[in-house]
Design a protein around this ligand. Structure first.
Ligand SMILES: C[S@@+](CC[C@H](N)C(=O)[O-])C[C@H]1O[C@@H](n2cnc3c(N)ncnc32)[C@H](O)[C@@H]1O
Length: 409
């Protein structure tokens, strides 16, 4: 079912709340950490909306400005600076009016009326050496050009992170239309509400548009397998998401995704994808995704009842032994040892957010006890007691490091 997008800002719906929570729990940690690089941050909300919903709730621009002001006032960095920029095609006036009133000494936000895909390259062209964060929350998939994401990786920023709302089910529906494959009666590809569904017909331009969004032609084989009943709609969407993330991995080191389900037993409606090159950002976002999906399962899906089983971010039941086995297999692939943070971030990128990072450290403690891994710590002994160190947490400010490899014996 598609819906006129003018109703989008009437009141904030439950899946917008989830997106906002993901952003608002992550940004304070991100800003504080990245400000300590003593390089400024350029924060762009690429599909910013009105700034505020008609029911008075803050939209993503106001959420970010509020967090910016708090973080700058609390930062221990030398000259903390976060420049903000909001792009929207339709709501320039509302956006201007709704972003007044934030600390002027931190700089007024730049407001751009236009299309993200036409503005962003010029906007980023003089941000070399800076920390860039892009929040990408479109209605549909049309503007999600993979070619742009790929280019950003080569701009020479000090760091870049993106949080992308990818409507992977919307993509699969468009993909079916482009390849004349029937899906309308398939509940797996049904949508609660799709604002601005991408207009796609069975023609060459549509195929090209979808190739540009997906970053390749791999999606066509997925549609063929769906059409010949080798896979169902859920499997098709999952395969598309996996292959899309693999594409992003050609240019970025760490990719996470959180499927957004609204009700119990329901399959996801879209995915929030986090892209970064820094292990600490990846771990913070993974822990954030885990906590947010936990809240989601309890609050929305189980109407407040606690589930008897542990779930991962994909709502699969997780088993500690299984995570340990996966960790062992993963570590075995590397001939050299890896730092603890790099290992956690790479593990989550490979297998998804199966648990929180703290649980991985608990699992390592068991693995070390059982002689499955070798751990090298600096300092090797505790300064106070002289006993062997046991930590699995890296702390650069205290020169505390941990590297891990599979036991050779
Ligand atoms: C899902 S809403 C964003 C909601 C916003 N993140 C919030 O939390 O309030 C998508 C927004 O993208 C805008 N838009 C649509 N096409 C666009 C484009 N090509 N470039 C920039 N903005 C666009 C729409 O006007 C709409 O406000």
């Amino acid at each position: 079912m598609s819906k006129n997008n003018s109703s989008f800002f009437k009141s904030k719906n439950s899946w917008s709340e989830i997106k906002d929570k993901l952003l608002s729990y992550y940004l304070p940690q991100y800003f504080q950490k990245v400000l300590m690089t003593n390089k400024s941050i350029f924060y762009v909300d690429c599909f910013a909306g009105k700034g505020k919903f008609d029911d008075g709730k803050d939209g993503s621009p106001r959420i970010a400005l509020q967090i910016r002001d708090t973080c700058i006032s609390q930062s221990r960095a030398k000259n903390p600076k976060i420049d903000t920029c909001f792009i929207d095609l339709n709501y320039e006036d509302e956006l201007r009016a709704n972003t007044i009133g934030y600390s002027t000494k931190n700089g007024a936000p730049q407001i751009i009326s236009g299309k993200y895909e036409e503005q962003i390259e010029t906007l980023l062209s003089d941000k070399i050496g800076k920390n860039v964060f892009l929040y990408i929350d479109p209605y549909g998939i049309k503007a999600l050009d993979y070619g742009l994401f790929s280019k950003f990786a080569d701009y020479g920023f000090f760091s870049i992170e993106m949080l992308i709302n990818m409507n992977s089910f919307g993509f699969m529906r468009a993909a079916c239309r482009a390849m004349r494959v029937e899906y309308v009666l398939d509940e797996s590809l049904d949508e609660l509400v799709e604002y601005e569904p991408t207009q796609v017909d069975a023609n060459k331009q549509s195929i090209e548009l979808l190739n540009n969004i997906a970053g390749g032609e791999y999606w066509q084989d997925i549609v063929k397998d769906y059409n010949s009943n080798k896979i169902d709609g859920y499997q098709a969407e999952k395969r598309f998401s996996t292959e899309y993330k693999q594409c992003l991995r050609k240019k970025y080191t760490y990719i996470l995704d959180m499927p957004i389900c609204i009700m119990s037993k329901q399959h996801p409606k879209y995915r929030m994808i986090h892209v970064s090159n820094h292990e600490e950002g990846c771990i913070l976002m993974a822990d954030n995704m885990f906590s947010r999906s936990d809240e989601l399962f309890v609050e929305i899906q189980n109407q407040g009842q606690l589930s008897l089983f542990e779930h991962d971010v994909q709502n699969n039941v997780v088993d500690r032994d299984d995570i340990q086995q996966k960790m062992l297999n993963f570590i075995s692939k590397f001939s050299n040892s890896m730092t603890a943070n790099k290992l956690i971030a790479a593990f989550f990128t490979e297998y998804g957010v199966l648990c929180k990072s703290g649980e991985i450290r608990n699992i390592w403690a068991d693995m070390e006890k059982n002689g499955l891994i070798e751990v090298t710590r600096i300092p090797a002994t505790t300064p106070k007691t002289g006993k062997p160190s046991k930590f699995f947490t890296e702390d650069k400010s205290n020169n505390q490091s941990v590297t891990i490899e599979r036991s050779k014996s």
